[in-house]
Unconditional design. Structure first.
Length: 186
């Protein structure tokens, strides 16, 4: 099974988006650890950029991703819009919309759509450091809008289903990738 490194976006003094007392860094860490636990229970080797409330620069996160020997880099975030309750839904960001990372991003979005999120789609973001500087396939999941009451209610009430949906989206690609390598060796 291909290994993953999970990145809880923001942390420490960097709260990320904030809304009504809620901090993105906290939701990101909670979701990262939950998805990591599911992956580990399914035999996927998991490492983390952070497992507590510490700050790391995006460059440091990418460096950790490259050094840990993982096959995939998954960064967890929550989106935000200029005005509260303006938008809702999930989107997953990639350096470019090609290859296994794009497939993984689509799987994650489709699974989150089944949990009830609006699927905004997969978007290219070549200037994001954690996507640009990682040398392995990398995705950045925006798990709903932090300043959307509807997305927050869904995030809280369906947290276990959301965690499972993301883990399933990652594992679907990981299993496919592993089987392809097994076939190549024969």
């Amino acid at each position: 099974m291909a290994g993953v490194i999970l990145d809880a976006g923001h942390g420490g003094y960097d709260n990320g988006a904030q809304y009504d007392g809620r901090k993105e860094k906290d939701d990101n860490l909670r979701l990262t650890l939950a998805v990591g636990q599911i992956l580990e229970q399914n035999g996927v080797p998991v490492s983390y950029t952070r497992q507590s409330d510490i700050y790391q620069s995006p460059s440091e996160k990418a460096r950790l991703g490259n050094e840990r020997g993982a096959d995939y880099f998954i960064s967890f975030h929550r989106n935000a819009s200029p005005n509260a309750n303006e938008y809702q839904g999930v989107e997953t960001l990639v350096f470019d919309d090609h290859g296994i990372k794009a497939e993984m991003a689509r799987n994650v979005n489709a699974n989150l759509e089944q949990v009830g999120f609006r699927n905004i789609g997969v978007k290219e973001r070549p200037n994001l450091t954690v996507l640009k500087r990682t040398k392995i396939p990398a995705i950045l999941i925006e798990a709903g809008f932090l300043n959307s009451d509807q997305d927050n209610e869904r995030f809280d009430s369906k947290f276990e289903q959301i965690s499972q949906a993301i883990a399933d989206g990652i594992m679907a690609v990981s299993y496919t990738h592993l089987r392809a390598h097994e076939t190549d060796s024969y």
